[in-house]
Design a protein. Sequence first.
Length: 411
Amino acid sequence: MTSFRFIHAADLHLGSPFQGLAMKDAAIAELFIEASRRAFSALVDQAVERRVDFFIVAGDVYDGDWKDNKIGLFFNREVARLERAGIPVFLLKGNHDAESVITKTITLPKNVSEFPVNKPGSFRLEHLKVALHGQGFAERSATENLALAYPKPEPGWFNVGVLHTSLTGREPHAPYAPCSVEDLRSRGYDYWALGHVHDFEIVAKDPLVVFPGNLQGRSIREQGAKGAVLVTVEDGRVTHERIITDSARFGELAATVEPDDDIPAILRRLENVLESVAGKMEGRPLALRIRLTGRSRFRNELTARADDFRDEVQAACHRCHEDIWLEKLDVRLEPETAGAAAPLDMLGLAGLIPMGTFPPELLADAEARIAEITARLPGGIGAGDLALGDDAETLLAEARDLLLARAARAG
């Protein structure tokens, strides 16, 4: 058997809007928004530099239908670089770029081959004795087990199965093309190149079954290093290594305050914790969600001055590192004394706003209004889950706390 190397990538999600970025600096926001494109360009650089023999994308090249041809032209430009380097590309349509989803097209270079969507298909690289088998999505939702219909392996060749799937389930990913590892093993292939799950995972080692994860984290739910997998086959022995491509990252930080901590004391606590975060950024900008917990006698003041306090926290981030950007400040402070009277009660307005669980009709009305707002957000931002950063109940609670605090100050 010949020796060769290939790159296995998935879930490029080109054109995806970044979700939850609440940064005021437009240039930095643009840096994060463009990160997915830069990640793919970096991967193409690696493919050319390492002189890989072929390149696999196991679904979701795009995030959804194009508003114009810009994203298609970008992808064409990058795979044309691979063509000039003599590297064939094998694409499989996932749920985000299914046949029924993408309505516009750009003619791709001749080095690009796409797996069929109506049944499994195979491509053969004769000089390497490699056969690739796969089936893309015709519709956005594929609920049947596609793997069981994949063809028999090519005898004496290295066989690769390419599939966009959630396997037996990977939360929070939708259950598409469900199948088991046993189903994959039954095909007799040497490597399974999977897509759909955005976390890197070695699912099995015999044969090697891999989710490479996505190339670039896009929200607070997608943290840590992101990239693709370089697979090396030498005399039938299969090894792999990760290629990290992300150019910006998301992270979370939690800090507990003490009851008597005023704003300067809280900021000092944050800076102490931020020092450890700054040392792990690996030269990448970081969109950071900070959560404050504990009891505080300054809770109402912090709530009433939410915007000013948020800016102070951003300034504290920059004192630790110039590329730490506040994605969201999540203040979950309790009053200094449990059961303390609420400011609204002291003004004689108790009962006008629910103080416990919100009634179902109020939540339903809030969800309807949020849907109206997100539909008007620019750049497709409203297409993602929790486009305003939180669910209706959390947003209502924040609005209630802000009203209470400002009413207390006014009183």
